[in-house]
Design a protein around this ligand. Structure first.
Ligand SMILES: [Fe+2]
Length: 246
């Protein structure tokens, strides 16, 4: 059995003491890492599924890089709409961007679903070709595909407008393969467990602030910071859930 942690939408600011929606994102992220450290997931790799910075700020990536390296964490990350991929590549010096991560007979593939200056998801042609290539290499593996934006509707009008615009093209690639077990995403700042075209979709709460469930318009919820854990079994089934900070 493999373990995996997803932490998403860290929204680090320009400096470590920045506060967003009454939460210090660096402190709440640290508290989540502390909690993981004291659990069975201490050695699990961590997927950071975008919006690592809340303001595509070089300083926030530098800070994150140092924090993760000091804790000797195994990390795979992908960019969100608030990130700057170039700055991430420059400042996450200990964590070069990985297209995929192998976990015994499971593989995690990461996608960039963000387009410049937009909160709406979009997976460009090059990224779709890369996904196809990555999937073709792991036909005998159980596969998780991770991206920042959600392909499924979460029942919140304003967030559903951010759904991956060309999700039919995404499905065109995914449907060529029968070993994609689920999709993991961020961006929606809430727990979501649903399905899209028959593929299970799981979103994690943010490690900072949450959005209100089923809200028609932008609204912040009072739910605390959280993260998602996954048990990946050798037979291709999985167990997953979210935890919130007390
Ligand atoms: Fe986002």
């Amino acid at each position: 059995m493999n373990r995996l942690i997803q932490i998403t939408d860290l929204h680090f600011g320009e400096n470590p003491s920045a506060i967003i929606e009454s939460i210090n994102p660096v402190k709440s992220f640290s508290a989540i890492l502390d909690e993981i450290e004291n659990s069975d997931f201490r050695d699990a790799p961590i997927l950071l599924s975008g919006d690592l910075s809340g303001c595509d700020n070089a300083g926030s990536y530098h800070m994150l890089n140092k924090m993760l390296f000091n804790r000797k964490k195994e990390i795979i990350w992908l960019p969100g709409n608030h990130d700057d991929l170039q700055e991430m590549n420059t400042h996450l010096t200990h964590y070069p961007r990985l297209s995929s991560l192998r976990l015994n007979n499971w593989s995690l593939i990461t996608l960039n679903s963000s387009k410049a200056k937009s909160a709406v998801g979009f997976i460009d042609h090059h990224e779709l070709l890369k996904l196809d290539f990555e999937l073709s290499k792991v036909r005998s593996q159980f596969v998780i595909v991770a991206m920042h934006h959600c392909p499924a509707s979460v029942g919140s009008d304003w967030l559903d407008r951010h759904r991956i615009e060309n999700r039919n093209e995404l499905f065109g690639v995914l449907s060529k393969y029968d070993n994609v077990v689920c999709i993991l995403n961020g961006h929606v700042h809430q727990k979501f467990e649903g399905a899209w075209k028959g593929i299970p979709v799981y979103a994690s709460p943010s490690s900072c602030f949450q959005f209100k469930y089923k809200s028609k318009e932008f609204a912040i919820s009072s739910k605390p910071p959280g993260y998602r854990w996954l048990h990946l079994f050798d037979n291709g089934t999985l167990e997953t859930g979210v935890k919130y900070l007390a």
